[in-house]
Design a protein around this ligand. Structure first.
Ligand code: ADP
Ligand code: MG
Length: 390
C-alpha cells in the first residue's frame, strides 16, 4: 500500500536482464560507488545535496539506490522522495510535499492519518484520504487558505522529525520545475528561508535541465545560491559497462565477448539508459553466444524504432536550428565565423546565441564551457546517417 522501492521485478521480467526506463534492481545497477558512498554520507550527516546531469544519466537511480539503505524501520534517517515531474504550480507543490512527507514518516495508513491530524491541524477537516485505503491525500481547500498554511507545510518535515526524534532527508526530483512556477523567485525565496533553518532535515534536490539547475543553484543572485553540496553526475565509463554486460549475460547463461560488450557501450556512447536498452535488445537476439553482427543488427533496429520520434523532433526545429545541428555534426566549432555562417546558412552571428539557447532548452544539445554536444547519442547518429546522410 505504501510506496516502496522496486527491489525486484515480476518473476517473468526477472529473466530479462538490462532494465531501462525505471530504476534498476540491484543486479542491474553498476558503478557509482564513489557517488553512492558520498551521497550516503551526506544523508547521514544531513548535508544538503544538489545533483545535476542530463536526463537519463542515472540521478533517480542513484538516489533510489542510496535511499534503500535507509529503508529499515530501525534507521534513524527516513528518506522522503518527491517527484516534481508533473507538478506545475506552487499549490500542487505543497500538496505533493505534504503527502510525501506524511507518507515517508508513517509505517501504516492509520499512523499517517493521525500525523496529518496532529501536524496539519489547521487544514482539517478538509484533509481527505482516498477511501480505497491508498495513501492518497487530498486537501479540499481553496488555494488562498492553503497558501496561508504554506509555512506549516514547508516546515512539516522538521516538525515531525523533532517530535518523533528522527532525521529526514527530503529528496526532490526534477527540481527545476520550481523554476517554472509562477512567481518562481518568490517561491524559491520562501522555500530557502524555511529549509535553511531546519535542524533535523536535509534536502537532496536534483534535476535534468542543466541550464535551469545551474541558474537556480550557482547564480549568486538566486535564492538557492550555495544551498548545498553540488554534485555533477557523469556518464558511466566503458570498462564498467563491459564487465556489467558480460556479467549479466553470464548470470542468464549466455555469452558475450569483451569486444561485443564494449561495442554496445561505445555505440550507446556510455549513455546509461541507451546502454541498458541496447544491451537488452542484444540479449534478446542472442541464443547462447553473442556475435558482432547481432550487436549491429540490434543497434540499427533501435535506431529504426526511434526514427519516428527523431523525425518529429526535427520537424519542430527551424531551418537554421537544423543547419546548426549539421554544422555541429561536421565538427564545426566556430559557428559565428563568417564562412561558417555562410556555408551552413545560419543567418547572422547574433542568431547563434539564440539558436544555442533554444537547443539547450529543448535538451537537444548540452553546453559545458565551450564544448557543445548532442544530448542524445542516437539522435546524433540518426541525423548523421539518415537525415543529412553525411
Ligand atoms: N548505475 C546504473 N547502472 C546501470 N544502469 C543505470 C544506472 N543508472 C542509470 N541506469 C540506466 O539508465 C536509466 C535512466 O536512469 P535514471 O536514473 O532514470 O536517470 P535520470 O534520473 O538522470 O533521468 C535507468 O532506467 C537504467 O536503465
Ligand atoms: Mg530521473
Amino acid at each position: 500500500m505504501f510506496h516502496t522501492f522496486v527491489k525486484n521485478n515480476s518473476a517473468m521480467k526477472d529473466d530479462v536482464p538490462f532494465i531501462f526506463g525505471r530504476v534498476p534492481a540491484t543486479n542491474n545497477f553498476t558503478d557509482r560507488e564513489k557517488e553512492t558512498k558520498h551521497l550516503k554520507q551526506n544523508f547521514k550527516g544531513l548535508i544538503n545535496t544538489i545533483i545535476i546531469s542530463p536526463r537519463r544519466w542515472g540521478k533517480s537511480s542513484l538516489v533510489d539506490r542510496v535511499a534503500e539503505n535507509f529503508l529499515s524501520a530501525k534507521s534513524p534517517v527516513k528518506v522522503c522522495r518527491v517527484d516534481l515531474f508533473n507538478v506545475r504550480t506552487e499549490e500542487d507543490f505543497y500538496h505533493t510535499l505534504a503527502q510525501e512527507v506524511l507518507r515517508a514518516t508513517a509505517s501504516k495508513w492509520e499512523e499517517m492519518m493521525a500525523n496529518a491530524k496532529t501536524f496539519l491541524s489547521a487544514l482539517l477537516p478538509q484533509i481527505g484520504f482516498s477511501p480505497d485505503g491508498q495513501s492518497e491525500i487530498t486537501f479540499g481547500i481553496a488555494w488562498e487558505k492553503l497558501r496561508r498554511q504554506a509555512d506549516t507545510i514547508l516546515d512539516l518535515a522538521e516538525t515531525i522529525a523533532a517530535k518523533k526524534k528522527i532525521k529526514i532527508v527530503v529528496c526532490i526530483d526534477e527540481f527545476q520545475s520550481v523554476g517554472e512556477f509562477k512567481n518562481s523567485l518568490a517561491v524559491q525565496r520562501k522555500l530557502r528561508s524555511h529549509w535553511q533553518r531546519h535542524q533535523q532535515v536535509a534536502y537532496c534536490l536534483y534535476g535534468s535541465k542543466r541550464h535551469m539547475m545551474l541558474d537556480i543553484f550557482t547564480n549568486s543572485s538566486m535564492p538557492f545560491y550555495k544551498f548545498g553540496d553540488l554534485m555533477f553526475l557523469e556518464k558511466i565509463d566503458t570498462p564498467h559497462w563491459v564487465s556489467f554486460i558480460q556479467q549479466r549475460f553470464k548470470d542468464t547463461r549466455k555469452q558475450i565477448s569483451e569486444r561485443d560488450a564494449r561495442n554496445i557501450a561505445v555505440l550507446a556512447d556510455n549513455h546509461p539508459y541507451y546502454v541498458q536498452q541496447l544491451a537488452q535488445q542484444v540479449w534478446l537476439r542472442t541464443k547462447l553466444r553473442c556475435a558482432p553482427d547481432i550487436v549491429m543488427d540490434a543497434y540499427e533496429s533501435l535506431v529504426r524504432q526511434l526514427s519516428l520520434l527523431f523525425t518529429n523532433t526535427t520537424e519542430t526545429l527551424t531551418i537554421t536550428q537544423v543547419n546548426f545541428l549539421k554544422a555541429l555534426l561536421t565538427g564545426e566549432t566556430q559557428f559565428s565565423a563568417q564562412n561558417t555562417l555562410q556555408q551552413y546558412r545560419l543567418g547572422t552571428s547574433a542568431n547563434i546565441l539564440r539558436i544555442k539557447k533554444t537547443l539547450e532548452k529543448r535538451e537537444i544539445i548540452d553546453i559545458v564551457g565551450s564544448s557543445i554536444s548532442f544530448q542524445d547519442p542516437i539522435y546524433r547518429y540518426w541525423l548523421q546517417k539518415y537525415y543529412f546522410a553525411l
